[in-house]
Design a binder for this molecule. Structure first.
Ligand code: NAP
Length: 199
């Protein structure tokens, strides 16, 4: 959603590129209509940006990808996208622990007591509980791993089901944390299209 004109290695020195979203979208629509893309979507858009694009788009966005995990469950945005028929993808489902901008003191979704308790109950890892909770909400997950064993674990989440009672307990988590805040704000805070005000 946020474009910059590359001007060297320091991202804070890049000038915002003010290409309207709809202009970029027209290119995606073109290749979708040519059959080159099976689906086209958006990422890091807020509700207003989604609605504006939706209203102008000939091919409506198929998917929205945003930061979404148990500390930032994105319930309102999810319901908004659902009403428009846009499927939803969570990034940082497990808290994106390998992120260079990670602060060592920040909360880690895998260490939330409810997640640890459910991992014991189902004999799964905390990461598997987080992924499973998300897909049971109807949200797609795209966990990233360079480790073969963790790659296997991350797809081994279809042989158990969290109960409705388990799922309800996630609503009791009061800790709210936007994990990518320092990353986005370090270079994009003043971009006119910055989508995260109100996070
Ligand atoms: N649209 C956007 O702006 C945006 C922003 C961020 C990320 N993304 C995308 O989202 C996807 C997910 O990446 P992410 O970094 O956000 O979040 P993530 O999947 O929550 O975390 C990935 C990190 O977790 C570790 N990991 C993976 N599986 C694990 C497991 N089972 N147990 C413990 N640790 C595990 C990985 O390390 P190892 O490799 O050592 O396993 C890696 O460092 C990526 O495809 C990324 O490109 C998109």
């Amino acid at each position: 959603t946020i474009g910059f004109n590359a001007q060297g290695p320091d991202p804070t020195q890049c000038k915002p590129a003010l290409i309207p979203h709809i202009d970029t979208w027209r290119v995606l629509e073109k290749y979708y209509k040519l059959g080159k893309f099976k689906a086209i979507g958006i990422s890091n858009f807020n509700q207003k940006q989604i609605q504006d694009l939706y209203d102008q788009a000939e091919i409506k966005p198929h998917n929205l990808q945003v930061e979404c995990h148990i500390l930032l469950p994105q319930k309102e945005l999810f319901e908004f996208a659902k009403k428009l028929g846009i499927s939803f993808t969570s990034y940082a489902t497990m808290g994106s622990p390998g992120r260079p901008s990670k602060n060592p003191d920040e909360p880690n979704p895998t260490e939330v007591p409810l997640v640890v308790e459910l991992a014991k109950k189902y004999n799964k890892t905390p990461s598997q509980i987080l992924l499973r909770q998300m897909i049971q909400r109807g949200i797609a997950v795209i966990p990233k791993s360079t480790n073969p064993e963790r790659l296997r674990q991350n797809s081994d989440i279809f042989d158990f089901e969290l109960t409705q009672e388990d799922l309800t307990k996630f609503n009791e988590i009061k800790l709210h944390k936007w994990l990518f805040q320092s990353f986005w704000e370090s270079f994009a805070k003043h971009h006119p299209y910055f989508p995260f005000n109100g996070y």
